[in-house]
Design a protein around this ligand. Structure first.
Ligand SMILES: Nc1ncnc2c1ncn2[C@@H]1O[C@H](COP(=O)(O)OP(=O)(O)OP(=O)(O)O)[C@@H](O)[C@H]1O
Ligand SMILES: [Mg+2]
Length: 282
């Protein structure tokens, strides 16, 4: 199984087959009770296959402290490392046991690097589903790393293994940063958050990418700053025939979700402004 720590500015596609090899006979969790206890309390007994164990064995995490949120596709846990720092581990649900997400619009033109795997993905075979899952997870880590290394406000990526992405925890000992969607903020602060979110969107587009699920549900609010999260569906403008459509959709989601915080905006004007930051040439 692949295990990587990125400490360089690399932005390489790694041959995809490396991510699809199943690990046979995973080793037991030794006597590390804290980790298994917490995960089992949340009802997930497949921790030994998720990749958390490998992160533990590699010394990246010492303990799983608690669950933050169980989402549609992943569960995020707060972990602690040996230096007592808090980290966030996003553990994807095994795609073979969860409902299948239609990701054609994001997947089009994504590089897989193997004709055989490309065919397996199209045919939804077991190998194909494994490959597709690995592609989502790898893609999230790769994009997170890309954004972080280009000074976009995102959590610092630490490592990934199996179905887990380990990253900086946004929050402190008293709790995680809330999503903007959950914040009860004044109109003036909401306008500031909107301005910051627009800058995030603009900077992401200027880097030739579109988030693909950008709204107040995927922006954390911490110490008066917006931090973007959740990147498996990021698309690269030069690679996708759906880029404009997805940019429009992101702007719509962002404006729509900010309307609930009392910020009203004109989507068309914003689209016209933001599209200038992208290089649409093919
Ligand atoms: N680095 C982080 N630091 C603190 N909290 C985080 C971090 N990453 C994710 N979270 C929390 O976990 C939640 C789920 O993360 P994320 O949005 O990446 O997964 P998801 O599968 O899309 O979940 P959902 O379906 O709830 O959107 C976030 O809404 C946020 O509350
Ligand atoms: Mg999310």
């Amino acid at each position: 199984m692949k295990f990587t720590i990125l400490d360089s500015d690399e932005d390489e596609y790694v041959p995809f087959e490396k991510f699809t090899k199943k690990k046979h006979n995973p080793k037991p969790m030794h006597s590390h009770r804290a980790m298994s206890q917490h995960i089992n309390e949340d009802g997930d007994t497949r921790y030994d296959e998720s990749g958390l164990q490998e992160l533990y064995e590699q010394g990246h995490i010492n303990e799983v402290v608690r669950m933050i949120r169980r989402g549609k596709e992943a569960t995020v846990y707060v972990c602690r490392n040996e230096q007592q720092q808090l980290l966030a581990a996003k553990v994807y649900t095994d795609m073979t046991v969860r409902s299948f997400r239609n990701d054609t619009v994001y997947r089009d033109n994504r590089f897989i690097g193997s004709k055989r795997l490309e065919k397996a993905v199209q045919q939804h075979t077991k190998t194909g589903v494994d490959a597709q899952q690995a592609l989502w997870i790898y893609e999230e880590f790769r994009q997170l790393h890309y954004f972080y290394s280009h000074n976009i406000a995102v959590p610092k990526p630490i490592a990934y293994s199996g179905r887990v992405i380990l990253m900086e925890f946004i929050g402190d000992e008293s709790g995680e940063a809330p999503r903007l969607s959950d914040c009860d903020i004044s109109p003036a602060i909401a306008r500031d958050a909107f301005q910051q979110s627009m800058e995030l969107l603009q900077n992401i587009v200027a880097l030739g990418r579109i988030h693909g699920d950008f709204s107040t549900y995927n922006i954390l609010w911490w110490q008066s700053h917006c931090i973007a999260i959740d990147f498996p569906q990021v698309i690269e403008i030069q690679r996708s025939p759906h880029a404009r459509e997805l940019l429009r959709r992101d702007i719509h989601s962002l404006c729509h979700s900010f309307a609930r915080l009392g910020v009203h905006s004109n989507e068309e004007i914003i689209f016209k402004k933001i599209e200038h930051y992208a290089d649409w040439r093919k």
